[in-house]
Design a protein. Sequence first.
Lengths: 121, 111
Amino acid sequence: QITLKESDPTLVKPTQTLTLTCTFSGVSLSTSGVGVGWIRQPPGKALEWLALIYWDDDKRYSPSLKSRLTITKDTSKNQVVLTMTNMDPVDSSTYYCAHSSVTTSNAFDIWGQGTMVTVSS
Amino acid sequence: QSVLTQPPSASGTPGQGVTISCSGSNSNIGSNYVSWYQQLAGTAPKLLIYRSNQRPSGVPDRFSGSKSGTSASLAISGLRSEDEADYFCASWEDSLSAIFVFGTGTKVTVL
């Protein structure tokens, strides 16, 4: 059974850097075809894909946020970390991490519960 | 900045059928699979359909997906009260670096 959990809710100030950790179990990011991605959702709005890292360390980023995002993995700890620089109040959202694999043609089949990020001075 | 367009709302009475459309382009739906996600109020999204028309284990066969050209659809038959939720389509987008895009979302209301 695959589960994912995002780090605790956080409050960051404008211009600060956000660091989010996704801790997962039941799967290894060293297994061929596996990926972990980040998606966010402002209150009452649509989902927005942010980034994805694959088992082979291939990384993909949303073009509109690419300059602010970094995604990394720690296979030994079963963790994926997303950093987002220069935070702004419009970045206040629920952030989700999710599992993908070639089994579902890289759809996000298992999601974490989400974590709330608030950007305010 | 969703590149996949969905109607903002759809509704039906219990037992009826509802169909949600998702419109894209040649670079996303036109050349890649579509996935659909159901998000109940206050919860994380759940995968409903992958590879345009495949259901993960546990998803009722009342939910079905289809794709034609640059558009896709999610059909819900025999509507039930627990189907009231937001529904999002999604697809990979071919570009210099493949990216993932979500639809604008559709709120389904069971009257």
